[in-house]
Ligand binder design. Structure first.
Ligand SMILES: Cc1ncc(COP(=O)(O)O)c(C=O)c1O
Length: 403
């Protein structure tokens, strides 16, 4: 693998191998990252890349798409089966444009929608003032409770009654607990709103049966394919049949041009992998590992722990999130600075860090390894140099040993 790159452009080859070494020698705890299989990466760098195929299977604006249609239809059928969806669009380039397409399909400019405030765990595309979702639409933010840092469904219901949103959005970037999709459905129905779930973070857990599926409750579900789902960078939109035309038109020609069929081929590979029995064990192990890590770290965890793949620690002003991220990074431990609910600090230097277990679980780590990871984090946070111990732990869990 990469032999031609090495021959043709040594500078780029050397850099991509340097990045692989960084990944191999470090503990990647950023919960939105993962290590897809080499089969996914091979599909991603393969020949459908060369083809233009604007449109959809059977209705393309270019000739020569008969094989591309087969690839896209295979990805669609696998995704439908994996999540029990009525309709799937596998063309979104990534999560942010996919979210934009959903907004365009469901709302008119200026319409009200509800999403979790960014500093409480929402994504920038869920209503941040300087994002399209905040500039083009009337974002009504909801928050978690101050006392237990959990979603407050009664408060969400009363906000919905007050603002009459056309859409309610749930599914987040930094919320560690299970979401009650049935309750969200009831709230949406009570005000005639559509329910949109962004399951980007936990889609792999849903696929593996380790986290409740939003598909039976939501009108539209969006997910990235590269987080817990362990596929290529990209996204897809799942919806009820009645929204299929609006979603497809919002993606193409509404927002995107030619679909990346190489990425779609890689998505198809990842969906098949997620249907294998081993993926259920993987999804369960991600959560078991996150719970074990929660026990091992000496930090105050927002909401007291996790039901998913991720943890959010409030550093309680002992150190800022930015400094903690840097301190851990120096030791080869990768987390990201993050706001905590009701944070007094700003997002570029907030009070917390966010971390999780998808990548380490892909490497084969189990609960006892999480105890060690937690202990390494604790020691690093106290200023100890643990770089060597991190490297020793990593060497027992190789990444892409074939390369
Ligand atoms: C909940 C959620 N939605 C959407 C996105 C956006 O995905 P992308 O980075 O692929 O645009 C993210 C990315 O972190 C996310 O966490």
């Amino acid at each position: 693998m990469l032999a031609k790159l090495k021959e043709g452009d040594f500078d780029v080859f050397a850099l991509v191998m340097k990045e692989l070494e960084r990944q191999r020698n470090g503990l990647e705890l950023i919960p939105s990252e993962n290590i897809p299989s080499l089969a996914v990466l091979e599909a991603l760098s393969s020949f459908p890349h060369n083809k233009y195929s604007e449109g959809y299977p059977g209705k393309r604006y270019y000739g020569g798409n008969e094989v591309i249609d087969e690839i896209e239809n295979l990805a669609i059928e696998r995704a439908k089966k994996l999540f029990g969806a009525e309709h799937v669009n596998v063309q979104p380039y990534s999560g942010s444009p996919a979210n934009q397409a959903v907004f365009r399909a469901l709302l008119n400019k200026g319409d009200a929608f509800m999403g979790l405030e960014l500093s409480h765990g929402g994504h920038i595309t869920h209503g941040l003032k300087i994002n399209f979702s905040g500039t083009d639409y009337n974002a009504v933010p909801y928050r978690v409770r101050k006392d237990n840092e959990l979603l407050d469904y009664d408060e969400i219901e009363s906000l919905a009654k007050q603002h009459n949103p056309k859409m309610i959005l749930c599914g987040y970037t930094a919320y560690t607990r299970v979401i009650d999709f049935r309750r969200f459905r009831e709230i949406a129905d009570s005000v005639g709103a559509k329910l949109f779930v962004d399951m980007s973070h936990f889609a792999g857990l849903v696929a593996g049966g380790a986290y409740p599926s939003p598909v039976p409750y939501a009108d539209i579900v969006m997910t990235t394919t590269h987080k817990t789902l362990r596929g290529p960078r990209g996204a897809m939109i799942l919806c009820r049949q009645e929204f299929s035309e609006k979603i497809d038109k919002a993606i193409f020609p509404g927002l995107q041009g030619g679909p990346h069929e190489n990425a779609i081929a890689a998505k198809a590979v990842c969906f098949a992998e997620a249907m294998k029995p081993g993926f259920k064990d993987y999804a369960r192990q991600i959560i078991t590992n996150a719970k074990a890590l929660a026990k091992a770290v000496e930090m105050r965890l927002v909401s007291g722990g996790t039901d998913s793949h991720l943890l959010l620690a409030d550093l309680e002003q002992k150190i800022t999130g930015k400094d903690a991220e840097l301190l851990l990074e120096k030791n080869g431990i990768y987390v990201n600075k993050n706001t905590v609910p009701y944070d007094q600090r700003k997002p570029w230097d907030p009070s917390g860090i966010r971390f999780g277990t998808p990548t380490l679980t892909s490497r084969g780590m189990k609960e006892k390894d999480m105890q060690e990871v937690g202990s390494l984090m604790n020691r690093a946070m106290k200023g100890e140099n643990v770089r060597k111990d991190v490297q020793d732990l990593c060497s027992g869990f190789p990444i892409y040993p074939e390369v």
